[in-house]
Design a protein around this ligand. Sequence first.
Ligand SMILES: Cc1ncc(C[n+]2csc(CCOP(=O)(O)OP(=O)(O)O)c2C)c(N)n1
Ligand SMILES: [Mg+2]
Length: 541
Amino acid sequence: MERAVTTGAEILVRGLVTHGVDTVFGIPGTHNLELYRHLGRLGVRHVTPRHEQGAGYAADGYARTTGRVGVVVTTTGPAVLNAAAAVGQAFSDSIPILVVAPGRPLRQRSREAGALHEMRDQLGAMAAITPFAYRVASHDELAETVSQAFLAMTSGRPRPAYLEIPIDLMDADDGSVADDQVWAPVRVLPAPPQRDLMAAAARRLAGASRPGLLLGGGARAAAAAAREVTEALAAPTLTTTNGKGILPEDHPLSVTASLHLPAARQALEECDVVLAVGTEFAETDWWNGLPRLECVVRVDLDAAQLTVRVRAAVAIHADAGAALTELAAALRTLAATLSEHGLARAERWRRQARAQSQVEGARWLSTMDAIAGVLNRDAIVVADNAMAGYYGALGLLPAYTPGGFCFPTGFGTLGYAVPAAIGAAVGSPHRSVVALVGDGGLMFSVAELATAVAHGIRLPVVVFDNGGYGEIRAQMRRADIEPMAVDLPRPDLVALARALGGEGVECGGPDELAAGLRAALNQPGPTVLVVPEDVPEPGTA
Ligand SMILES: Cc1ncc(C[n+]2csc(CCOP(=O)(O)OP(=O)(O)O)c2C)c(N)n1
Ligand SMILES: [Mg+2]
């Protein structure tokens, strides 16, 4: 036994380590000091963003690209609220991040004691945004709760979790033995898909003359099985934004991830059976309206999703990997008969989608081609909620791996790309990671460039500078509102990047961008690549 007694902070950190955590994103404060006594001692890597929201997005980028839990360590009150937007984002995109924070001491009876960082209901604030929000009241409960938090994040639909430990439990020594206070991780295998439902699904799909696939973020961990099903059915395959790259986008059956395009809707409406896996049919993907589908086989780990927005002819409550593996086995004999027809359909829809992406994203076409020309297949692109992301990269920049394109889809937050890219780079140090961000979104979290400097993270940040909140400017114009509060002064971003310790380059055209990107991928620290834009409106330009 290495120590005779232990504290809450030690139990907590040991619990994290036992659950495989070797990296946390956090900011220390008066109330979480004790955690830092053990993080270093137990060999946990600590990445220090410049704002807790940055820590949250970094944990999100880390989780999206590694499949592991991203952990955030904050202090009380404002620090927790700073992380809250990231928890909201992770919730809406089903990303497992864990926020660990101290809370009001057990012995403090009144809620309003004028204490440092005090807030009315810290736990309630987090409970409002994610289902696993728990405040422990004892050391015993702490070990157990760490285990439960990980179980909640890794079994069933991934969601963020929040774990609060009263300040006075942090350093309280309860005389217990450290090794008794750690619960080993519990691994839960999802129940196998029901046989009769699987048989019904296979029958429908095998009997289809024009099958199609729609893969959502829920199928991210099931790429190999998804590909087998796609190929067995020779089914044109679309993905959601969160599913982009599950099927490599140069696969002959890949159509598009831009579901708002008419071609995407028509490609699925043409199908007599659509297999939809791990997807919500969310407005944030289908923002021009849902397709009218003849027959849908839905697979989802979240049973509630099976009846949301699109009616299923067959609804399978299962892990995407398990269901797709079984379906692939059942369908394996089909490929030869259907392939020509399916390939031709995929080719036609892919061409149409591409043509529509080129129109909608005309302004970013040469830029995206330049970026695509530099990046290898393994690269991770993290886009912000800017027009260059959803009108540009989504349809024009191919992804080849699940999680190869990260985007704050559901919650649609700004300021995501730079910190999330940092998290992705921390999680996958040998992969190229690039952030794409608007000039507006950049300023939400520009301070995180300093984080990339401090940790020596190679990070090209391509900034699409249209002098303000371009999307909102366009929306005001369309709504006949005289644009206000949308034009932003253009800071000298090159100088700003340098002032923070990074590099900066103004890129006059695609060739300069390609050269800048190449250089940026080969040097430690961030490089801001500014792409100046003039045209203010999408679609109408
Ligand atoms: C946290 C947050 N605040 C406000 C918004 C509203 N919003 C959506 S797009 C946008 C403009 C973003 O500007 P920029 O990042 O420069 O991208 P652009 O629209 O110019 O391409 C704003 C303010 C948001 N999505 N998220
Ligand atoms: Mg802008």
